[in-house]
Design a protein around this ligand. Structure first.
Ligand code: MG
Length: 271
């Protein structure tokens, strides 16, 4: 039997057109999708997002460099915005950085540079996030200046640092918002060669977490950032679709025909 994908195939590194994009998402075993700039912008739901989440609920996984929220807090926030995405289907850079710390620091002694939500999450998974004898540092977006300064002597001693993501900014409602990568640049200005591991896109950690048991060839990634979403996915052999911010409907024009205010009752089972 002929493979229908052959009729719509492009080179894996080429941007598919709307018809090819539709075929890719329809036949994908798992759809990985960025959040900011694809489904939401700040507190605003972007056009087509509700219809997209409803239509592809059974195989959608959000993959975000967010290191402010946990999957639990983000799932709740999205629900208030009319997007029903349960916790197991949300893979975030901050939580993944903490999971990496848990998996690599047997003692659990770390220094977490982050806000209250991530501190609580760290303790919940067995880490001691304010240890005086940390074996690793974890850097997230909401690190405070005192936290950053206190990390400098640790970095000078060569304590390894797990960094949630390399982004300098992300788009906020009123302009760019300072991101984790900008804090990393600040630390590098003080301690030139820190020992770092990047977890967020474009590195492979987040994509592997989102793929689970699905092979890269069985997934498609949708994102608005060429350097992180698209380059990171393609480096792993995942087909990728670039959308401009708010451009879901340009990729899948029929989404616009579905009322964005239709029922958003939970449709998604666990992964
Ligand atoms: Mg984005």
């Amino acid at each position: 039997m002929s493979d229908p994908s052959r009729h719509t195939a492009t080179h894996p590194d080429q941007q598919p057109n709307a018809t090819q994009s539709r075929a890719l998402v329809d036949r994908a075993e798992r759809i990985l999708c960025d959040l900011d700039g694809c489904l939401i912008s700040g507190s605003r739901v972007l056009p087509g997002a509700q219809a997209f989440v409803r239509r592809y609920a059974s195989k959608l996984v959000l993959v975000s460099n967010n290191s402010t929220d946990t999957a639990e807090t983000l799932s709740r926030r999205l629900a208030h915005m009319g997007l029903s995405v349960p916790e197991p289907r949300i893979i975030l850079a901050g939580e993944t950085a903490l999971a990496r710390a848990r998996d690599t620091v047997a003692s659990g002694d770390i220094r977490l540079l982050a806000g209250a939500t991530m501190q609580e999450r760290a303790r919940k998974i067995g880490l001691r996030p304010a240890s005086d004898r940390p074996e690793a540092i974890v850097l997230c977006r909401d690190a405070t200046r005192p936290q950053l300064e206190a990390a400098l002597p640790l970095l000078e001693r060569g304590v390894p640092m797990i960094v949630a993501n390399p982004d300098l900014t992300h788009p906020g409602e009123h302009g760019p918002v300072i991101e984790t990568g900008a804090l990393l640049a600040l630390l590098k200005a003080c301690v030139p060669r820190p020992n770092i591991t990047l977890v967020g896109k474009p590195s492979a950690y987040l994509f592997h977490a989102a793929l689970g048991s699905v092979p890269p060839g069985g997934a498609v990634m949708i994102g608005d950032n060429m350097e992180t979403d698209i380059a990171g996915a393609r480096a792993l052999g995942i087909r990728a679709i670039h959308v401009s911010p708010g451009g879901l409907c340009a990729m899948l024009p029929d989404l616009g025909q579905e009322a964005d205010n239709a029922s958003t009752e939970p449709l998604i089972a666990g992964v």
